[in-house]
Structures are given as structure tokens and as C-alpha cells.
Design a protein around this ligand. Sequence first.
Ligand SMILES: Nc1ncnc2c1ncn2[C@@H]1O[C@H](COP(=O)(O)OP(=O)(O)O)[C@@H](O)[C@H]1O
Ligand SMILES: [Mg+2]
Length: 238
Amino acid sequence: MLKVKDLRTFYRSIEALKSVSMEVEEGEIVALIGANGAGKTTMLMTISGMLRARSGLVEFSGKRIDGLKPHEIVRLGISQVPEGRRIFPGLTVLENIELGGFMVKDKKELLNRIEMVYAYFPVLKERSSQFGGTLSGGEQQMLAIGRALMARPRLLLLDEPSLGLAPLMVARIFEIIRKINNEGNTILLVEQNARAALELAHRGYVMETGRIVMTDRAERLLQDSRVRETYLGERGLA
Ligand SMILES: Nc1ncnc2c1ncn2[C@@H]1O[C@H](COP(=O)(O)OP(=O)(O)O)[C@@H](O)[C@H]1O
Ligand SMILES: [Mg+2]
């Protein structure tokens, strides 16, 4: 479904992606793990068109999408939930959700999609007229995911959904990600919480300083001594 080949992305002269290749098959949850600064966010931003690659290609359902504008990529079926949620604190929960449905002109379809979001996240319905900024961190993450779902994406890009959340909330969010996947969405999940991500994902990629250094089925990565020592906080295994 998604194919990234030899992608190189720069911030001025800093090469943040050094010829990265990866693939996501339809129906998968793929985890992209790696330390802070590895290039994970840059990878998602390049796929979603927020950043432009200097070379390489991104294909989605067999069509080249690198070079397209972010809103064109959303229309093709890729939605991104950005790192740090980026909800609008001064807009209501409902207004935030509606923003994600900018491409829907049909009023009834818009309402259907809002109901779909509320079905995933009942708490957002309860809080629909509250300002986004009054939500807890976990609820804001739900709002960010709900907003992205309004586009009915076939591929959902999630950037550190667990960041800053208490363990119980992380578990709830991850349960919902699994549910979203079970209902037919493909997911590319970026996480520093490698254990949680690999326990959820089918496959994983490990990124270090702008390169993919390892890829395998998630359960195999969870057992890999190097992954365990470096990313799962276990010592003396290698
Ligand atoms: N806006 C930016 N300007 C310059 N360098 C950046 C910018 N954003 C990220 N970088 C650098 O690019 C590299 C990859 O960053 P990033 O993709 O945010 O990593 P991750 O999401 O894995 O933490 C890091 O070295 C980071 O310092
Ligand atoms: Mg990041």
C-alpha cells in the first residue's frame, strides 16, 4: 500500500533521512521505533507532504505521491496525527473534529463521520462543546486521532500517540489503535515507547540517525537482544 524508496530529506544542510526505504502492506500496523532525533517525525512529515524529499520516492496504492501537496495526499487517503497532538485549544471539541472533515461537502456524510468518531471516543461526544484546551492530554490525543479519522483515511500515520500519557491512558489509546486497525485501516505508528508499539504492531522498523538499521516481524524484534538492550531498557543481553 505504501512504498518508500531511497528517501532523503534535509533541513538545510542537515540530512535527516539518509536514503530510507520501507513498505507498509494493506491491513498492517507497522511500528517505526527509534531514539529521539532518529528521524521518525521527518519520515512521517515527508510521507504526508509537509516536508519535501530531496530524492527518492513515495508511492501510495501504486501512485507516486511525493511532490503532492499535503491536502492532496489527505484526499488520496493518508491522514497524519502529528506529534504533540496539535489540536486547536480555542476551538470546541466538535469544531476541532469538523476541521478534519474539510473535504466533506455533504452535510449528512459529515454527520455520519462525526458519529463514527464519537463511536470510537464517546468521551469526545460528552465534551463536544468544551474547548479543546480544557481536555486532558489523553483526551487531546483522542481528539487528534478523531480529527484525522474524519478524512476516512486508508492509511493513518500516528506520531508518538503515547507521548506524555500515563500508562493507563497509553493502554486505552493503543487499544483504540488496534480497533481502528481491525476495522480495516492500515497504520504506521511512530513511537519511542518501543515495547508498547511492538506489542501492538505486526512488523517494525528500527531507525537510527536517519537510517533504517533493522526490520522484522514485531514479535521477533521484541526478542532481539540488540532491540531489547537499546530500546526496551533491558541490560546485559547482547
Ligand atoms: N525543523 C528542523 N530544523 C532543523 N533540524 C531539524 C528540524 N526538525 C528536526 N531536525 C533534526 O532532524 C533530525 C531528525 O529529527 P526528527 O525527525 O524530529 O526525529 P524523531 O522524530 O525521531 O525524534 C534530528 O537530528 C533533528 O534535530
Ligand atoms: Mg518525533
